[in-house]
Write a protein that binds this ligand. Structure first.
Ligand code: SF4
Length: 502
């Protein structure tokens, strides 16, 4: 979960002493290390989690209460690293490499370099050691073997198990770089019991049919669905969010886990009223997140709103999806479309490009075009939020390009002089709505973006599309401007639903 600093030097491997756990790593190693307590991202999922009691103790020891998003258990807010790049725990003293609240540091830190996490199937809690700790990478295996029994015994003591049941977020998601050492049967059993036997299954590519069947039955996603009502929309972001699904009250609930906790990525999917599954899903989120504001239901279509408001939920609008008449985007007729039409004409005049189907062999060239395009966008001075989105988008594009067939995506490329200068991918939301999921074009080649978009829409129109959904604008003014350039026929409202906080 996190990386603590350890300014004590144990004479022997970790062993329980009353309430505390002596550390396996000698302080000399810790003081030379530049890993612990520092994090590359502000919202790193590895930042330490404090229980309610630990927050109170940390505040009494001098940390500002505002560093904790919730008083009843939360990951601490990181601060810019005063001695280098990235971010640091605010309790970390970069001058001395000491923890300012060492005596009351949270369980998450006391345990390190051991870590608690779920197995890949999310069925068992594991105790492992974190390979990010340089000392542990060199430590003799006999030392680790000797220590692990003591650590497992310490963590399976009643007091710690009760804490884990109350704060299941102390158990991290599966990480490849944490080496599993033990399955913690007692912790697993108690935490699973505490969750009323709700099993959340990891989302796999094979679940596409399951999700699509449930979406097809859900009210509100029928005529002109939101782009989020598709499997690929979520799956391509799995490098940033851990997706799981559960069957709650006969509905499929798709959860996403961010560094701050879990939320519902879509309303409960399936046939019939969603009041019961919604209540159950919020209960699951409360169990997991405590009273963190991360608990929410995203991508709720307009049709679900009256019933949810009547049930007392808070509903607020987020960025809408842009919906266009497919024929308008292909004809580009009249004064309103003069600019995109001129851009397409110029591209054809100067480069004479042709749209071709995407082939798996185009993947490397497309990824390299993405990187070129990203550099072009960065040079054009996008804001910090836009840059962060671009960084995140690399993984999404790679997943879409490599697994386009399994994800049900249609792709196309435009070549100029034998080189791919634009690519795009999309999917059918239903028989008449096609969604353009991603699009990249050489920004130094005027009209390449307009051309690939028009020709891709032409292809969709020929296959029966009446409407084209281009998703939302992520709150970016430049993206909103580009989307309005094409005169959307409608903006599809999209809502976020939370429980009322009284
Ligand atoms: S609380 Fe202390 S040990 Fe834990 S991350 Fe912060 S500085 Fe490091």
């Amino acid at each position: 979960m996190t990386s603590p600093l350890v300014p004590i030097s144990p004479a022997s491997p970790a062993r329980p002493v009353g309430q505390s756990l002596l550390q396996i790593v000698p302080s000399t190693s810790c003081l030379q290390c530049d890993v612990c307590c520092r994090f590359p991202e502000k919202d790193s999922f590895l930042r330490p989690f404090f229980t309610g009691d630990e927050i109170r103790a940390a505040v009494a020891a001098g940390l500002a209460p505002e560093l904790f998003p919730s008083t009843e258990g939360a990951q601490i807010n990181l601060v810019p690293n005063p001695a280098g790049e990235g971010y640091a725990c605010p309790a970390f003293d970069s001058g001395t490499s000491h923890c300012r609240i060492y005596e009351v540091r949270p369980l998450d830190c006391r345990l390190y370099p051991f870590a608690l996490m779920w197995d890949a199937e999310r069925t068992h809690v594991l105790l492992g050691w974190d390979t990010k700790c340089p000392y542990m990478r060199e430590a003799p295996s006999s030392l680790v073997d000797q220590a692990v029994d003591a650590v497992a015994q310490w963590i399976e003591a009643d007091e710690r198990v009760d804490t884990l049941v109350r704060y299941p977020r102390l158990i991290g998601r599966f990480q490849d770089d944490v080496i599993p050492l033990r399955t913690l049967a007692r912790v697993t059993e108690r935490v699973q019991q505490g969750k009323a036997r709700i099993t959340r299954h990891p989302l796999r590519i094979q679940d596409r049919g399951r999700i699509e069947a449930a979406v097809a039955l859900a009210a509100g996603f029928q005529e002109t669905p939101l782009a989020a009502a598709s499997f690929a929309y979520h799956y391509i972001w799995r490098h940033r969010l851990t997706y799981t699904w559960a069957d709650l009250e006969g509905h499929l609930c798709l959860f996403a886990e961010s560094p701050d906790g879990i939320f519902l990525a879509l309303p409960p999917l399936g046939e019939g009223p969603i009041d019961q599954p919604t209540a159950e899903a919020f209960r699951v989120m409360r169990d997991w997140n405590g009273d963190s504001p991360v608990s929410r239901m995203d991508n709720v279509p307009e049709a679900c709103v009256p019933a949810l408001r009547a049930l007392g939920y808070e509903v607020r609008e987020k960025e809408p999806d842009y919906l266009y008449a497919a024929a308008d985007l292909v004809d580009l007729a009249g004064e309103a479309y003069r600019s995109p039409r001129a851009a397409c004409n110029r591209f054809m005049r100067e480069h004479g490009g042709v749209l071709e189907p995407y082939d798996a062999r185009d993947q490397t060239a497309c990824v390299s075009l993405f990187r070129e395009w990203r550099e072009q966008k960065l040079r054009s001075g996008s804001d910090e939020w836009a840059n962060a989105l671009l960084d995140d988008a690399v993984g999404a594009h790679e997943t879409a390009l490599s697994a386009h067939t399994e994800l049900g995506l249609t792709g196309a490329v435009v070549r100029v002089g034998g080189r791919i200068r634009a690519y795009t991918m999309g999917l059918w939301l239903n028989q008449s709505v096609f969604c353009v999921l991603l699009e990249v074009a050489d920004r130094d080649m005027v009209g390449a973006g307009a051309f690939v978009f028009r020709e891709f829409c032409r292809q969709a129109l020929a296959k029966g599309a009446c409407w084209i959904n281009t998703m939302d604008d992520s709150g970016l003014p430049s993206l909103a401007k580009a989307k309005h350039w094409y005169h959307p026929a409608r903006l599809l409202p999209n809502y976020v639903v939370t429980e009322c906080r009284r």
